[in-house]
Design a protein around this ligand. Structure first.
Ligand SMILES: [Zn+2]
Length: 152
């Protein structure tokens, strides 16, 4: 029997490595602090995280990065499309690392975000004027736990 020749399979870049690449291609220097944050963000699968929670993870990892630096880095990362900022209220943003197109379900009283596949929500977007280009659509479906149900 003939041996099957081993084929070199294409290995896609890890989320972390492609994040680092995107930072440098956008002229953002890969400082040690940015690398630590990118590692925490992208080496834990798709996730939604606030600056404060990321700050807790940094501390747990025995690293020192100020909350202000974390805020700035998250803003910077989202400005180049590395992560998505979800403004859940005027004082709070949660950041999403899922790069696929999707919408969000926000459970307000639990401050929890869940991804909704785009196909699950039908939008009727009006025709754009010829000189305009549809850039992005953000949908946040906000829900709350029924308080009466909890008491029973
Ligand atoms: Zn998401």
């Amino acid at each position: 029997m003939k041996m099957i020749k081993k084929v070199n399979t294409y290995k896609p870049l890890s989320d972390f490595n492609s994040a680092v690449r995107k930072l440098s291609s956008n002229g953002i220097r890969p400082t040690k602090q940015r690398m630590i944050l990118a590692k925490l963000l992208f080496e834990n699968g798709k996730r939604h995280i606030s600056a404060e929670k990321l700050y807790d993870e940094v501390k747990k990892d025995n690293r020192k990065i100020s909350l202000a630096t974390i805020y700035n880095s998250l803003k910077q990362f989202s400005s180049i499309g590395l992560i998505r900022e979800i403004v859940v209220d005027q004082n709070k943003s949660i950041y999403c690392t899922n790069k696929e197109e999707h919408y969000h379900l926000y459970i307000e009283d639990e401050e929890k975000i869940i991804d909704i596949p785009k196909k699950n929500i039908d939008l009727n977007i009006p025709q754009m004027p010829a000189c305009m280009n549809l850039h992005n659509v953000d949908v946040i479906v906000r829900i709350r736990t029924l308080k009466e149900n909890i008491k029973n």
